[in-house]
Design a protein around this ligand. Structure first.
Ligand SMILES: O=C(O)CCC(=O)C(=O)O
Length: 259
């Protein structure tokens, strides 16, 4: 699905948008799965707002923002298991990461219309640091995303900075790195935005009358080991390309996350 010039672009810029990775039927299956997850959550005690807290947006505005997010979506619905290891995905991942690729975790991010949450600019590295920085996100778009409904913003080449100081581990100083400091990455449903976990990214609130639904899969080379015992969960470790040479040597200490 991608050419060597795309791989060069990813290495140089720290991100790559690939068009049409999922077809409309696959997208529809995942949208339906998200609806089901949200309906089940609404009937349970797990229906929380996961908007990131902080001073990156005025307090009164932050209060109104809503993010529906759940981890381990491939444990909720098989459509995500198929997506995680979809032949188009594995074809791209094996070129960007290498012959061996392992899922680290999955999650969904639903920004409802009008008040869908923002994400201050950050690297993902502080959340789950690894030795060799092979970790990358694949943000699967289930709706067309643009600046109005809160598409992702990326700072090209920022992965070359290495790990950067974050406020309390979570995000960069928003005065130095406002969301506008990144280029907007509009995308259509079915497109996937790949970005390294060192690439600075974020997104604005959804101010449109349209929902913005994404699922995000994080992948790594299985030989790239974590440097801290953090973000370990039961949805982790599925091999999607090649083999795991460290299967016997390294086993995470699984703990259940509540969301
Ligand atoms: O999907 C988005 O708008 C941003 C998500 C994000 O930055 C993250 O989950 O780390």
């Amino acid at each position: 699905m991608i050419l060597s010039r795309d791989v060069d672009f990813y290495k140089e810029n720290g991100y790559l948008l690939v068009k049409g990775v999922f077809n409309p039927q696959e997208v529809e299956e995942m949208r339906n799965a998200i609806d089901q997850i949200l309906q089940r959550a609404a009937k349970s005690k797990n229906d929380a707002n996961h908007t990131w807290q902080g001073d990156y947006i005025p307090k009164a505005e932050l209060k109104k923002l809503v993010l529906k997010g759940f981890h381990d979506v491939h444990y909720h619905d098989a459509s995500f298991t198929k997506a995680v290891a979809h032949p188009n995905m594995t074809s791209i991942l094996s070129k960007l990461i290498g012959p061996n690729v392992q899922l680290h975790h999955s999650k969904m991010l639903v920004k409802p219309p009008e008040n869908g949450a923002a994400f201050p600019m950050h690297q993902d590295e502080p959340y789950f640091p690894h030795q060799n920085h092979t970790m990358m996100a694949a943000s699967v778009h289930l709706d067309d995303a643009d600046e109005e409904n809160g598409c992702l913003h990326i700072i090209p080449e920022s992965h070359k900075n290495g790990p950067m100081p974050h406020i309390g581990r979570y995000f960069l100083n928003h005065k130095e790195y406002p969301i506008e400091s990144g280029i907007a990455c509009p995308a259509e449903s079915g497109d996937v935005l790949f970005f390294n976990y060192l690439t600075v990214h974020g997104s604005k609130p959804n101010r449109s009358d349209r929902t913005r639904r994404n699922v995000l899969f994080q992948y790594r080379d299985p030989a790239d080991l974590p440097t801290k015992d953090v973000h370990v969960n039961w949805g982790q470790g599925l091999m999607v390309c090649g083999e795991n040479p460290l299967f016997r040597e390294y086993k995470p200490d699984h703990q259940l996350l509540t969301n």
